[in-house]
Structure formats: structure tokens, C-alpha cells
Design a protein around this ligand. Structure first.
Ligand code: FE2
Ligand code: FE2
Ligand code: FE2
Length: 167
């Protein structure tokens, strides 16, 4: 792999990570009563997204939706089958409870993502978009549900009425 391609991957990961970190910092600043610092974090986070997108394009990481779905499926399945199981085992063995829970929740939810993406890829292979749907996300574990639901999150037990609707 060329040095530039390697650098783009590292830069994309770093910028994407900075975006999410700053958005989390913004929520924390809001909680602590600093709405203007929160906005600064959101502004810089938005700029990091621009950088991340530029790096992604430069590395050829944005192709057709059919190709992007295959990349998305591969990513989710890698997390389910390759990445999270050993991470979860290690965290459980070393008594890192919070990390183990974070890995377990992610592992369970990535399985659902892989299924949703596979369904979309199958639909697209027939030349069709998927059916219009609303999506609800558990703010605790990331559980991803098609349509509104009642009861409790099947992954973490959080009340489903507090799921966040994706706009
Ligand atoms: Fe940046
Ligand atoms: Fe996922
Ligand atoms: Fe949940």
C-alpha cells in the first residue's frame, strides 16, 4: 500500500474520531452549563467531518451505493466476527466491566446492522430502494429498530419510549 493511502486511512480515522469526541464534549459542556463552549465544540466537529470526508474521497472510499453497502456489510461483519468477540473476552477476563458492557452492546447491535445492510443490498440487487421506514435508536446501547416499538430495549433494557427517532 502506498504511503499516501496509508496516511489517508490514518487521517480519516483521526478526523472521524475527533468529530465524535468533540460532539461528546459538546454534550458534556451543555450539561455543565457552557452552551457557547458547546457550540464551539460542535463547530470544530463539523469542520473535522469535512476533513474526514475529503480524506475518504481521496482514498477512493466513496463509490456507488451498491459498493458502499458491500463495504458497510464487510465492516459490520468484521466487528461481529473478528473484532468484538476477542475484545469482549479480554475485558471480561480482566474484570473491565464497563468496557465489557460497551463491547457486548456494540457486538449485539452490529449484528442487526449487518442484517439491515444485507437486506438493503438484496433490494438494490433487484434494482430497488428499500421500503420507506422510520428508525429508532436506543441512546444507551445503540440498538437499532425499524419502526416505533414499545417495551424495553432487547439489548440493554432501556425503555423503548425513550428511543431517539432518526430524522
Ligand atoms: Fe481536522
Ligand atoms: Fe454498526
Ligand atoms: Fe439499548
Amino acid at each position: 500500500m502506498s504511503t499516501t493511502l496509508e496516511n489517508l486511512k490514518v487521517a480519516f480515522a483521526g478526523e472521524a474520531q475527533a468529530n465524535r469526541r468533540y460532539l461528546a464534549f459538546a454534550r458534556k459542556a451543555e450539561e455543565e452549563g457552557y452552551p457557547h463552549i458547546a457550540r464551539l465544540f460542535r463547530a470544530v466537529a463539523a469542520a473535522e467531518t469535512v476533513h474526514a470526508n475529503n480524506h475518504l474521497k481521496a482514498m477512493g472510499g466513496l463509490r456507488s451505493t451498491a459498493d458502499n453497502l458491500q463495504a458497510a456489510i464487510a465492516g459490520e461483519e468484521y466487528e461481529v466476527n473478528g473484532m468484538y468477540p476477542p475484545m469482549l473476552s479480554e475485558a471480561e477476563e480482566s474484570g473491565e466491566k464497563q468496557a465489557a458492557r460497551a463491547f457486548r452492546w456494540a457486538l449485539e447491535v452490529e449484528k442487526i446492522h449487518a442484517v439491515l445492510y444485507r437486506q438493503a443490498a438484496e433490494s438494490l440487487a433487484q434494482g430497488q430502494d428499500i421500503a420507506e421506514a422510520e428508525y429508532y435508536i436506543c441512546p444507551i446501547c445503540g440498538y437499532t429498530h425499524v419502526g416505533a416499538m414499545a417495551g424495553k430495549c432487547p439489548v440493554c433494557g432501556y425503555p423503548a419510549e425513550r428511543f431517539e427517532k432518526v430524522v
